[in-house]
Each structure stands twice: as C-alpha cells, then as structure tokens.
Design a binder for this molecule. Sequence first.
Ligand SMILES: Cc1cc2nc3c(=O)[nH]c(=O)nc-3n(C[C@H](O)[C@H](O)[C@H](O)COP(=O)(O)OP(=O)(O)OC[C@H]3O[C@@H](n4cnc5c(N)ncnc54)[C@H](O)[C@@H]3O)c2cc1C
Length: 354
Amino acid sequence: MAEPRETSETTGLTETTGPTGAAQLAEVDVLIVGAGPTGLFAAYYAGFRGLSAAIVDSLPEAGGQVTAMYPEKMIYDVAGFPGVRGRDLVKGLVEQANQWNPRYLLGRKAHALDDDGERLTMTLDGESGGETVRAKAVLITAGIGEFTPRPLPAGDGWLGRGMVHFVPALDEHAGKDVVVVGGGDSAFDWVLALHPVVRSVTLVHRRAKFRAAESIIREAREAGIRIITDAEVAELRGDADGTLAEVALEIKDPDTKETRPEVLPAQTVVAALGFTADLGPIEDWGLEIHQRSITVDSTMATARRRIYAAGDVAAYPGKVKLIATGFGEAATAVNNIAVELDPSARLFPGHSSG
Ligand SMILES: Cc1cc2nc3c(=O)[nH]c(=O)nc-3n(C[C@H](O)[C@H](O)[C@H](O)COP(=O)(O)OP(=O)(O)OC[C@H]3O[C@@H](n4cnc5c(N)ncnc54)[C@H](O)[C@@H]3O)c2cc1C
C-alpha cells in the first residue's frame, strides 16, 4: 500500500510545453474533472492507490455545489457525521486529498478532450486559456456541470463591486448592511448565516410565495429577519466613490397593485436567484449522455476507454444523487482505473486502516 506523500502547497504549477505548443500544466495518471465532494474524495483515493492526480474545476474554490450553494448549511446524511457544516465537510475532504499532494487547477474549465491512443489530453479554458493536462485516465466528477448564476437585471455592472452571487466567507460582510435577493433555499440560507455577523440583513423577493422549504422560512421569521415580498430591485446605487451604498426597491401592494418606493442601505447585495447548470463542453467528448448525465457501467466506466464518471454527473438505473453515493462511486471508479492502467493490479485496494 502506498504511503502518504508529504503535503505541500497544492497550487504551484510546473509548466512545460506540450506537443501542441500549448503550456502543459501537468502529466498525471488520473485527471479529475470537478473538485466537488466526489472529485475531492477521488483525489484522495487516487493517491491511496499510488496514482498521481490533477483536479480541475472552473470555480475558484474546491467543494462544488456545497461550497458554491450551501457552505453554511448542516448536512445530516453523510456517513460518520451526525451533522456536518458544508464548509467543514469540504475542509476535511481537501485535507484528506492533500495527503497525496494532488495538483489543483482551479478557475479553469475542462474544455476539449483528445486521445492519441496512448494518453488523453485535456485542453483547459481559463484566464490563461489553451493550457493542457496529459493523463492516462480521466475521471469526470462534474456534478450538474458548470453553474452560472441567474443575473439580477438591476445589478448590471455591480458584480464584484458590492454585488455577489455566493457568500463563501461570512466574515467579509461582517458589520455591513446586506440585502439578499431571492426566494429559494439558498437565499434563506444566506440570510440566516449572515444574520449573526452583519449589521442588518433583509430578504427581498418579487413574489409573496417562496420556493424555499417551509422550515427554513419559519426559522428566518423566528430570527426576526426582515422579509420584503412583492418587491422588485429597481436600482443599485453607489456613494460618491462608486462603492455600493443602497438598494432602491419598488414594492407592490398586493391588494391595490400600486407600487411604492423604498430605499435600503446596503454595502452588499447577494443576488441569490438560482443558477443555470450546463454540462457544456463535456457534451462534445463522445460520451453517452442522457438528460445531462453520463451513462456508466457498474465499474463507473463510460462509453470511451479510460474515461470514467462518478457522482451527480454519472447515471445508471437506480441512481440516487447524494454526496454519500458519490463517495462510493469515486472509490469504485479509481479502483477500476488502477486495474485498467495496470492489469496486474488488484481491484480490491486493501484496507486503509493502519
Ligand atoms: C441546496 C442544496 C442542498 C443539498 N443538500 C444535500 C444533503 O443534505 N445531502 C446530500 O447528500 N446532498 C445534498 N445536496 C446535493 C449534493 O450537493 C450533490 O449531490 C453533491 O454536491 C454532488 O457532488 P459532485 O462532486 O458529484 O458534484 P458537484 O458538487 O456538482 O461538483 C462538480 C464540480 O465540477 C465542476 N465542473 C463542472 N463542469 C466542469 C468543467 N467542464 N470543467 C471544470 N470543472 C467543471 C463544477 O464547477 C463543480 O465544482 C444538496 C444540493 C443543494 C443544491
């Protein structure tokens, strides 16, 4: 059984030039596409099987849906944890994976996949674009694909200048007036998480009905959080330096249908209007795809040699999309990859307990 390698900084890249002249960022045994819970556990498992791994994600932080959508939420159905905060689960997964020093390529989208018969080459799309990673096998753990937040029309031009779509770090908003726009679970998650650290937090929703779960709406009401319904965000306004200062609302009276304006102080606006998810380039990789999921067999192999899929993105009859399922599938995929790369290797990895 392989011993853990020393943990080191995971983002340092050694660049060489690949066969196409593009910067080749890494040459590894397994390239993992998607740093959500499944991809992170797969990175641990690859190391455990003695395979080198790189892990690419279009988001700037690891953790997939958990980090992007519900880092502060408690999760109750991950084996071994009676309850674990999303952020803490991701921290543990990263720590576990880092024992084997995987190469993280964050903020880069896996774009095009080529197979020269010997190695697979992934071209990445990111700020520096056109970089490649060569791998003996690819494991796709892309979840629901790349998520794009739905825009807040009145927030045009304010993204990164006071308006955000996600709240990865609550402390950044400490002491501020915050307006959260939306009526789904994420909007309520954010108001509840922000409430103890900010000066004021208000939830603004354009309808009277919410998409969020009853229990979380009740929790917000019981916490005394101000909720304004039937309200459209008309404008975000800055102060003299252009820093976000207030939000102008148009609030409709449900009976008379007349609107009245209201202005809320806000140094942060969280536009939590949901997101669209798209497998994007993965659809062009020659895999069998049904209803935005990749068909796999019981070894998690896809229709193409040396390409596997696990987690939310992988489909087979009876599939249940849960974090717990993704963990098991990651282990199955990596053990089968180990055997495909070295037919003399055993499928069963041995036990990890030392
Ligand atoms: C609000 C909410 C609450 C939830 N609560 C629970 C719960 O209590 N229990 C539970 O088990 N599950 C829960 N889930 C579901 C759970 O989050 C998912 O099952 C889990 O995140 C799937 O993990 P994954 O790693 O397979 O995919 P994801 O978490 O979706 O991660 C996939 C990653 O792949 C990246 N990616 C996609 N395409 C590319 C590309 N081309 N290039 C680079 N990167 C790419 C994405 O950016 C993303 O980071 C919840 C989901 C939501 C939205």
